[in-house]
Design a binder for this molecule. Structure first.
Ligand code: AMP
Ligand code: MN
Ligand code: MN
Ligand code: MN
Length: 284
């Protein structure tokens, strides 16, 4: 392995254990081919892909970080909090995630009911063909609706069916920020705000979020993300420094051949940030 600063870190990715399309083994192989040295698997609300990813890493010159991306409701906003370096066998974390997955299943039934009432037949069966059964995501609804010709791509399908005020949208109460950070820290992990520039918040609200996150034991924000423009990364780098938060980076890879998103393809971390892998809590 290369010296630390020269390593390629990708600390946000998905497999079929949530809404990605590659198995953990395929994901690790692809990451290795893409030049990633340290890959975090961060599936939505579940850790079931982690053991396979850890095993697959043994066949490559690459380290896997156990991670998760947790769905949180904070002041009516849907936030994603990534946990890095978590003990994936931790009982309290796993119980918390199980509760969220149950909410996902209930939501999926209600989404299917509404889309069927709207006139689309056999939604639940169709969606379940794309999901692994454990974590049902809006992405699986998107894959189904595109397959059936109701939309031409992911962007359109969300815009027309899966967001607020559209026929398939169901408002949902996820975990609290406090319990999420406690679960992650209780499992020895580091809490990271995922793709922070994606939340449509005023600057005042965003500063309130960062202050509260920090107070509750949150440690890091994603400065570099495929969701961020260059300007947004620079802005997040300034916030990270101002709030004394470590800087993380991740592609948020879900599937191959997605425009602009590939494993390990991230710009250089802006100068002045302290990368999350320099945190004392970091372990691989
Ligand atoms: P869920 O967690 O089930 O509500 O689904 C959210 C997932 O859908 C995210 O993790 C993304 O992978 C995907 N997603 C959310 N919003 C969009 C969007 N506007 N366009 C494309 N994909 C999206
Ligand atoms: Mn996703
Ligand atoms: Mn996310
Ligand atoms: Mn993600």
């Amino acid at each position: 392995m290369l010296e630390n600063s020269a390593l390629c870190y990708d600390l946000h990715s998905h497999s079929i254990a949530s809404d990605g399309v590659l198995t953990p083994t395929e994901l690790v192989a692809r990451a290795s081919k893409c030049g990633v040295d340290v890959l975090a698997l961060t599936d939505h609300d579940g850790l079931s892909g982690v053991p396979e990813a850890l095993l697959a890493a043994k066949n490559h010159d690459l380290k896997v970080v156990s991670g998760v991306e947790i769905s949180v409701t904070w002041n009516k906003y849907l936030l994603h909090i990534v946990g890095l370096c978590v003990d994936h066998t931790n009982q309290i974390l796993n119980e918390g995630l199980k509760k969220i997955r149950n909410t996902r299943t209930e939501r999926a039934h209600e989404m299917a009911r509404r889309l069927e009432a709207y006139g689309i037949p056999d939604v639940l069966e169709g969606v379940m063909k794309h999901a692994n059964g454990e974590v049902i995501s809006r992405s699986h609804f998107a894959y189904f609706l595109i397959e059936k010709g109701y939309a031409k791509d992911q962007k359109q399908v969300f815009k027309n069916f899966l967001v607020s005020n559209k026929p398939g949208y169901v408002a949902t109460e996820w975990a609290t920020l406090e319990e999420t950070i406690n679960w992650i820290r209780g499992a020895g992990g580091i809490a990271v705000i995922a793709h922070p520039a994606r939340y449509k918040m005023t600057a005042t609200k965003f500063r309130k979020l960062l202050a509260e996150f920090k107070l509750l034991g949150g440690a890091s924000i994603e400065v570099l993300s495929s969701s961020h423009s260059f300007d947004e990364s620079i802005k997040m780098s300034a916030y990270a420094q101002k709030f004394d938060l470590y800087a993380s980076q991740g592609s948020d890879f879900h599937r191959p051949h997605t425009q602009y998103v590939e494993l390990g393809r991230l710009p250089k971390m802006p100068v002045g940030c302290t990368p999350v892998w320099e945190s004392p809590e970091w372990r691989v």
